[in-house]
Design a protein around this ligand. Structure first.
Ligand code: AMP
Length: 178
């Protein structure tokens, strides 16, 4: 029997122990991106998710940095625009900024001003871990006047409970849950 998309994704992830810090089991999507057919299927899978709701999507927002790789391809597939959600200090002003808590310390993300107001947005990233980054990104899109209609990731690390952290924001779709 043919593999499901989830199984194919799982077969093309590289597990990197203790990266970028001791204790983190990093899921490297590089082999997946480098496989033309699998990458195409992933973009198709995420596009299918985007089309599930009634609402048309105006923009795909991708979270720095690996979210950009998916968001660009996905935006083209959907006929939507693209917005980068960047780490603070990378975008030229004017920007809107949001701080959020990490396990140790805090981080800041930014979006360009003026492109999100009144737009319907699909927010994407490669991996959902604790959910803190995606929650902050969704809140920032809202702060900028956009409406997040759905959240989508390739891989959800279910054991980290990120889905619960995103409760009440928008429907979350993942192509593979580990
Ligand atoms: P989160 O804990 O959900 O806020 O994850 C923060 C960011 O780090 C996300 O953009 C993920 O892409 C990335 N990330 C976190 N944990 C992992 C992991 N185990 N493997 C790959 N990427 C990760």
């Amino acid at each position: 029997m043919a593999d499901t998309l989830g199984e194919r994704i799982n077969g093309l992830l590289r597990d990197v122990p203790d990266f970028p810090e001791p204790g983190i089991g990093f899921k490297d999507i590089s082999p997946l991106l480098a496989d033309a057919r699998a990458f195409d299927e992933v973009v198709d899978g995420l596009a299918g998710v985007a089309r599930l709701g009634d609402a048309e999507i105006d923009l795909v927002a991708g979270v720095e940095a690996r979210g950009f790789l998916i968001a660009g391809a996905l935006a083209c597939r959907l006929g939507a625009g693209l917005v980068p959600v960047r780490k603070a200090g990378k975008l030229p002003p004017p920007t809107l900024t949001r701080s959020y808590d990490l396990e140790y310390g805090s981080a800041e993300i930014e979006v360009p001003s003026g492109v999100l107001d009144g737009r319907r947005v699909l927010l994407v990233d490669d991996v959902l871990a604790t959910g803190g980054t995606l929650r902050a990104a969704a809140e920032l899109v809202g702060q900028a006047g956009g409406t997040v209609t759905a959240l989508a990731v390739i891989v959800e690390l279910g054991f980290l409970g990120g889905r619960d952290a995103l409760n009440g924001l928008a429907p979350l779709h993942s192509l593979l849950t580990l």
